[in-house]
Design a protein around this ligand. Structure first.
Ligand code: R1P
Ligand code: URA
Length: 235
């Protein structure tokens, strides 16, 4: 048991999918995993372990924002020995080439947060994805013909920002989408020498104002879930 996770040692797989929304974790467990067993309900942050194509895999919500994912990722890595972490999130498109429901794989993250500087005061540690996971995930997505973009994202502290126009300017400079967790996940993976990737489905476009429903955000982004699981078990 750790401070925020009530699982016993051995109840969490060394590979995990991390949606922000705990109900998305439940949806993934119920729709993709065989024999899922719930291992966490502390603060309602649901986590499950089951098998996917015969391999032990876990899925757990992280909550919203970098402080929240940092707590769960740190405990999963340090207390439970998790070694491959794939965020399966939603994001807002900042770029006219990136459409609602497309997949975005974060190769790297710009961030408005100072979360990395809390640990590293003298240098900027680049928040970059694990190359091997990114390479595998991209090939899996392409093999399924899922519309997929790879590039930088913005990991923001504020969902409701007064600097909306600045975010759109980043989009014009090639940043694909905005979300709220990937930079912290990538930093922690580097810090503890484990592998991490963030895959997001575009839930809305800040360029065109197109949106998906809350229900779609919670449950129906199955392409991303499939790619995340296939990537976790890929040799
Ligand atoms: O859908 P999730 O994974 O929560 O991700 C995005 O959605 C939340 C904001 O609505 C933030 O957590 C953001 O990163
Ligand atoms: O616009 C959006 C959509 C999802 N997540 C975000 O952080 N921003």
């Amino acid at each position: 048991m750790s401070i925020h996770i009530e699982a016993k040692k051995g109840e969490i797989a060394d590979k995990i999918l991390l949606p922000g929304d705990p109900l998305r974790a439940k949806f993934i467990a119920e729709n993709f995993l065989d024999n899922p067993v719930q291992f966490n309900n502390v603060r309602g942050m649901l986590g499950f372990t089951g098998t996917y194509k015969g391999e032990k895999v876990s899925v757990m919500g992280t909550g919203m924002g970098m402080p929240s994912i940092s707590i769960y990722a740190t405990e999963l890595i340090k207390e439970y020995g998790v070694r491959k972490l794939i965020r399966v999130g939603t994001a807002g498109s900042l770029n006219e080439k990136v459409n609602v429901r497309d997949l975005v794989m974060a190769q790297s993250c710009a961030t408005t947060s100072r979360i990395i500087q809390n640990d590293w005061r003298h240098a900027d540690v680049p928040a970059t994805s694990d190359w091997e996971l990114l390479y595998k995930a991209y090939n899996i997505a392409k093999a399924h013909d899922f519309p997929t973009h790879v590039g930088p994202v913005l990991s923001a502290d504020l969902f409701y920002s007064d600097f909306f126009e600045d975010n759109l300017m980043l989009g014009q400079e090639g940043v694909l989408a905005v979300e709220m967790e990937a930079a912290a996940l990538y930093y922690l993976a580097k810090k503890y020498h484990v592998q991490a990737l963030a895959i997001m489905t575009i839930s809305d476009s800040l360029v065109t104002s197109e949106e998906t429903t809350a229900e779609e955000r919670q449950t129906s982004f199955k392409d991303m879930m499939l790619v995340g699981l296939e990537t976790l078990i890929a040799e």
